[in-house]
Design a protein around this ligand. Sequence first.
Ligand code: ADP
Ligand code: ZN
Length: 528
Amino acid sequence: DLAAPATRSPALETLHRVFGYDSFRGDQEEIVEHVVAGGDALVLMPTGGGKSLCYQIPALVRPGTGVVVSPLIALMQDQVDALRNVGVRAGFLNSTQDFAQRQEVEAAFVAGELDLLYLAPERLSVEATVRLLDRGKIALFAIDEAHCVSQWGHDFRPDYLMLSSLHERWPEVPRIALTATATEATRREISTRLGLDQARHFVASFDRPNIQYRIVPKNSPQKQLLDLLRTEHPGDAGIVYCLSRASVEKTADFLVQDGIPALPYHAGLDKATRAANQSRFLREDGLVVVATIAFGMGIDKPDVRFVAHLDLPKSVEGYYQETGRAGRDGQPSTAWLAYGLQDVVQQRKMIDSSEGDEAHRRQLARHLNAMLALCETVTCRRQQVLAYFGQSAQPCGNCDTCQTPPESWDGTVAAQKLLSTVVRLRNERRQKFGAGQIIDILLGKTTPKVTQFRHDELTVFGVGTELREPEWRAVVRQLLAGNLLAVEGDYGSLVLTEGSTAVLNGSQQVMLRREPERTARAPRTSRR
Ligand code: ADP
Ligand code: ZN
């Protein structure tokens, strides 16, 4: 064809011919050319950014097989099917296969008949796999979900530590590590642990401008959710995340009763049901999946219009990854989270009772604290999320705090009243009490439990009538979020922290966020 430009690169040619796309996106072209030329790369790109092509195209252009290490075993079959559909010779090796199936894939690899081979990470700790790889020709190693190598990250997989040996065994094979989740610290850790010191770093912008971030006070979460779906997302596809299997089931039932087509998804359902619900969600229009975070890894549905969280995510990384499943098509989408006092109490308790050593618990607490800071911020949510990933931005004008800036107020006196009540209870009785009892005392309520413990005789009884109950709950929540108060034991008893002292003796001022009357508003941009 004389009209074809003479300089069309093999990479671009492959993009057109195999995948049918017109052009590369963002950094894709530079990454692909770099790896095709044999360079190592560390790629940070948000979910939906197009990481797969970054290793698939070099695997096709370079001689040999691209070996892809991925922890997402459940998705390998789908990935391989999708590639075969466009004529790519792909296979996978993982624990779901029987001996014959594995042998077939191994034979194809050795015969040089595979363009891409997907491997579960634990395969590489098996010596037989290493010997197998020695018998074929390797075009590159792609390490997907590379943040799994980070021991202090939120998704550590011990098998990933083995991957440092790839380079020792095959020093001439280029490696490309990819992740959607990496702060500066995680990026450094990936680089060190995988021995990627020669790698070029490609860091894409993490901004998802079409996603509107909203975090609202949790009152009656299911009704709030229903309201959101009816007023802003009728007929839209979306994902609702809950912490427990039980609340997944309850919420899905609740939505179905109210005429919303909702499907549950959690690890307690049998495999067939899970697969059926997932494939219906992908194929049909306007379905809502109610799920634990087990759902979504690798889900590629472009028109997810909202992601709603009914419980607090454990980290900003998790929040960003889950909300990132909305709006892959670039259309306006909503990331909505309902958050309340009980979330803080529950998550702090979970950290206290979690397995692992003290350093691990401190790490979990750091993750949670960053998430809480995002919930309690009075500035732009997007700015705060991006700052967490080390990227600076202007206030977005689209998130809830930009649209309805929350007032802050001087809560020092309120905090002192609350903390002194905690002190009184600690001094006068050996027993400890939760937020409910403390707020009842401050409000001067003579409940049976108040009279039983003679809390109506305390000097602090009734000193807090200037605030209403939900406002006191917001004070408790924010003091917990700021580590000026802590929870202890199975009943969520409130106890002082080191930080409480400075508040009590007046040397620290406490600025609190006043919840706007209405925090929810439809996206600024007009929709479809
Ligand atoms: P990630 O792994 O970063 O989450 P994927 O590799 O799954 O993202 O890509 C997300 C979607 O974008 C896929 O549907 C993919 O086919 C599409 N995509 C990626 N690159 C391009 C491109 N250059 N042109 C058109 N579509 C693309
Ligand atoms: Zn904003």
